[in-house]
Design a protein around this ligand. Sequence first.
Ligand SMILES: C[S@@+](CC[C@H](N)C(=O)[O-])C[C@H]1O[C@@H](n2cnc3c(N)ncnc32)[C@H](O)[C@@H]1O
Length: 350
Amino acid sequence: MLSRARSSATSTAEDRIRMEVVRRLRGLPGPPIILLNKIDRSSPPLKFQFITQSILREGVEKADPATMTGCQKCRPHMGQNIGCEYTKKCDCLEYAAIDVKRLNDITKPIYDRYIAGKDVDLSQLPKRFPYFSNGDNTGCLVPFYLNERHPIYECNKYCMCGPGCKNRIVQHGRQVDLVIFKTKDRGWGLKSTQGLRQGQFIDTYRGEIITDAEATRREKATSSSLNSYLYSLDKFAEENELKPEELYVVDGEYFGGPTRFMNHSCEPNCRQYTVSYNKHDVRVYEIAFFAYRNIEPSEELTFDYLDKDEEEEEEGAPPPSQEKPVDAQGETKPVECRCGSKKCRKWLWM
Ligand SMILES: C[S@@+](CC[C@H](N)C(=O)[O-])C[C@H]1O[C@@H](n2cnc3c(N)ncnc32)[C@H](O)[C@@H]1O
């Protein structure tokens, strides 16, 4: 009798936690996010809170708002009705990927000077629009951006192109339904009940944006693998000569969005991309997940925790290792990878 009473009290507590998590999920904007557990009676921890915007913690500052300018020459209707379609005119696309195929006798010498490291006016050069602007793939990231990982500069509230501009996808937020589900052997994971197209936006990675010093303090204060939830905002570090201690870090452990539940795969179906609304802010920007290939309904969504940009990839992906990885302090933080891929590198962290 006693053990029966105990077990029913436990289930009530578990049920209450689940109901509270479901209540929180229902309060979020956008298509539904479902909680699914066919494995046991647990729920994601209540100390984790869903947020819709990252929280800037002490010592973290966005660039002066005065630096956030919008495109001034664009208009909502410029012919094909896709907003900033004339990429040479659009100030927001100044730093977009250069479309080398469209260089001509006038722009090629400018491009060559740019490649040689000279200071040039990039607005002169033809750019690549990051998203498909018509057809079945409208809104999906084009293959060039998908593969090259060039930062995406979306239009912003100061732009003259208007809210319907096709250079605004991530800022409109998640448009796909999601399921946070319990996996057999990797805690919680994420999937969608709908099929996703290659290049389709899923959601951003949100959390507390903290200084590098605070990230180090948090890492030292915990014995758990906190690094699972820390994401360094270092995309622009090298070109802007930012020192490691000047960088900010997103911590999604206690505050975040559903993407915080995405597991790692050595052969992932999603990748993360840099999205900026202010080209002058090199320290605070969005990390956005896009489908890297077509994804079947209910296929688990994964990304590579050690994902490298193309240039770094050319140096070669880390080989599968039988040895336990060791960090800079010589401590092992072995988390065995259970992604199940043929290309599995065996460990989550190298
Ligand atoms: C960002 S969290 C992902 C969500 C996590 N599964 C949860 O329940 O909160 C990262 C942690 O998930 C687990 N994990 C993610 N991918 C894994 C994989 N491929 N193999 C083993 N564990 C994995 C590890 O415990 C890792 O530290």
